[in-house]
Design a protein around this ligand. Sequence first.
Ligand code: NCD
Length: 320
Amino acid sequence: MTASHAPASVRPRHLLAIQGMPAAEIVRFFDLAETYVAQNRSPDKNTSLLRGRTLVNLFFENSTRTLTSFELAGKRLGADVINMAVAVSSIKKGETLIDTAMTLNAMHLDVLVVRHPESGAVRLLANKVNCAVINAGDGNHEHPTQALLDGLTIRRRKGHIEGLVVAICGDILHSRVARSNIHLLNALGARVRAVAPPTLLPADLARLGVEVHHRMETGLVDADIVMMLRLQTERMSGQFVPSVREYFHFFGLTREKLRAAKPDALIMHPGPMNRGVEIDSEVADDIKRSVILDQVELGVAVRMACLDLLTRPAPATGAI
Ligand code: NCD
């Protein structure tokens, strides 16, 4: 790999969604991220690959893992990194978003990482700027880098993804993580199940080839991977579950419910976790089964791979 990339030609490439991404492209991200896993574990973590490049993290929603890992990823590759946390209360949709994009664009950025509460907002913004744009989560639509790091976590632990039974459980309706993962897992040949009460399931799941279950006891049978999701109350309007206690009783992952899955099934969660709501601490902290902290570690490597690939000179290919 060269020490620095030449300026990207013609049109910037973006990472906006997993939907439509060919399997080979996904695997390319995985393979490159593997090289960064090793770099991140070494004492000297920094390179100068992106020296002189500017990365702005523009977050219109709260974040711990995603924002920190993009910041670390940029810094470890030698880029100048600026975090702009935009208070949710200051968002005035449409013009304000475009104005922000145009303002940042005038500062000659190389990569803009955007999280926004509205589905589609990141794509809208990407159409207005000259730099590469990475979707760090838009509404309940997509969160591509989360799915890439989840996929890499599975591949590293299981050696492959094809043929695995992956049960995605909980608030799938409001989850961009679930949506991106469904596209990624389908593309790589896994068997995806959605396990949730009917109120927390989107209508289009069957069309995506996902097997739907309303009970953990059946949905987890012989699962290789159990991926838990948070109840995303900030995206809910109205009452979607009778009570948190009842939700935990029926859908919270406990050691008992996990017995239905394969004995070597892995437990995943994108974070932040609500212990005692969708997951019991006993399983979340089970060092033999839970890979939740592996996901966090691999998140940095995957984001380094994304920054690397998106800033490489390439012909005008449009969105990845
Ligand atoms: C997820 C998100 O923001 O969509 N978190 C994350 O990026 N790790 C999931 C969530 O908020 O529940």
